[in-house]
Design a protein around this ligand. Sequence first.
Ligand code: VGL
Ligand code: ZN
Length: 203
Amino acid sequence: MNRKTALLVIDVQRDFCAGGALAVPDGDAVVPIINALARHYATVVITQDWHPANHTSFASQHVERSPFETIDLDYGPQKLWPDHCVMDSTGAALHPDLHIPHAALILRKGLNPAIDSYSAFLEADRATRTGLDGYFASRGITAIDLCGLATDYCVAWTALDARRFGVAARVIEPACRAIDRDASLAAAWRTMADAGVARVGSV
Ligand code: VGL
Ligand code: ZN
């Protein structure tokens, strides 16, 4: 076990799994894989997408807009989604079969109604930090392995921001599933490769 490498478990929540508001195809499949994977890590951080009911990433908050359209906000383009992961709702809960008793931190992101946050490090304004960089720095964590949902959004954005903060990042492909609309998965892998994010099949 390498104590300098943490496992980051991204958004394994009911709304991203079968029957959820923004179900990722085959999303549930990552749960047993991640449960087994987590045993290899002394430091595990779990994230939760956690939005107020009036969140700007919800198509319902914009006049005549539908989910999966893209609009321009102050901070740049924003894809619109069905209402999902509303704070404290059943859909925002972690998947009931996710079992990582030694996870040290559960980090919630996307709480500001006006700013989305795919990344667990930086909100979509690309300026507001969640504090996760400081958490890793203060614990001597210099590398992270990523798994969870969705590969092409929250996993990719988090991996890219890890590189920004000088943290090595590997995405464990079999422990992730993607939304993959408009070829977003291939684009995400390309962007991650260019940023020095490793793509691995096992650890
Ligand atoms: C996510 C879309 C909207 C994710 C979160 O967890 O990948 N995707 N909110
Ligand atoms: Zn979200």
